[in-house]
Design a protein around this ligand. Structure first.
Ligand code: F6R
Length: 257
């Protein structure tokens, strides 16, 4: 695991985008269309902005790439502005100039959600697997919507959201009651299958989760800690999110080499 500590959100975005761009170029150099895993929420927005800047400068091309979102709420009507389908369209597909038909989001309105989960796994595999997975982290340590005690080898499936997560996400809705109770999410096993992962976290509200992710035991109580098993995981945080890290100086020294 590599930990990069940044002084601003803009720098978090730039470092994460550089990691993404690197993996995309590697895939393209080997003659494949790159496959990126994308997250929603506030955390990756600066990464998407930095990716857009790379594209604008002609240093990155995602126009042929595939994307797979981590998750989707269950039961939000199609076109709802907070459905992840819409959020991904606005924050990823359009600004990064991607082909809409190549950008995938789990179908949270499928009649058979189990089947939709299995189909999503097949679609990721058919695209060649994810080259680089962008992740945020919940204040309770979730990645995707894999809430505490998710199986460390789980696959795409329906999960019940914790009250903590519903409260954290209430800021996107008119009221807490409007936040859906369930989501269809890639599993931890699905995420681990990505060739590389980059997780971004900003702000003091993430400090405890980042500490557990990086320096805690691998435990289903902090689902993100499963990234300790991944051979190519980069964690990019700001100073506030890094505040509880015991070995912060060591990570800084490593990063400067
Ligand atoms: C979003 C996702 C979640 C978020 C996490 C942090 O697709 O999978 O794990 O990354 O809840 O959300 P923000 O970034 O809004 O704090």
């Amino acid at each position: 695991m590599e930990v990069i500590i940044c002084s601003t959100d803009g720098e978090v975005g730039e470092k994460a985008a550089a990691t993404v761009a690197n993996k995309v170029r590697q895939a393209q150099a080997s003659g494949r269309k790159a496959v990126i895993g994308v997250a929603t929420g506030s955390s990756p927005l600066s990464t998407y902005t930095a990716l857009q800047q790379l594209i604008d400068r002609g240093e990155l091309d995602l126009s042929q790439a595939y994307a797979f979102a981590l998750d989707e709420y269950v039961g939000l009507p199609a076109g709802h502005p907070e459905s992840y389908c819409e959020v991904i369209r606005k924050t990823v597909t359009e600004p990064l100039n991607m082909i809409p038909a190549q950008v995938n989001v789990p179908n949270g309105n499928a009649e058979k959600l189990d089947q939709a989960g299995a189909d999503y796994e097949k679609a990721i595999a058919a695209a060649g697997g994810v080259d680089i997975q962008i992740l945020g982290i919940g204040s309770n340590g979730h990645i995707g919507f894999n809430e505490p005690i998710s199986s460390l080898s789980s696959r795409t499936r329906v999960v019940k959201l914790t009250e903590q997560t519903r409260q954290d996400n209430a800021r996107f809705f008119d009221s807490l009651d409007d936040v859906p109770g369930y989501a269809l999410t890639q599993g931890l096993g699905t995420i681990l299958d990505a060739r590389a992962c980059v997780l971004v976290a900003q702000g003091a509200g993430k400090a405890a989760a980042v500490k557990a992710l990086v320096e805690g035991p691998v435990s289903a109580m902090c689902p993100a800690s499963v990234l300790q098993w991944h051979e190519n995981a980069t964690i990019v945080v700001d100073e506030a999110a890094a505040a509880n890290l015991e070995l912060a100086d060591y990570y800084r020294a490593q990063a400067s080499h």
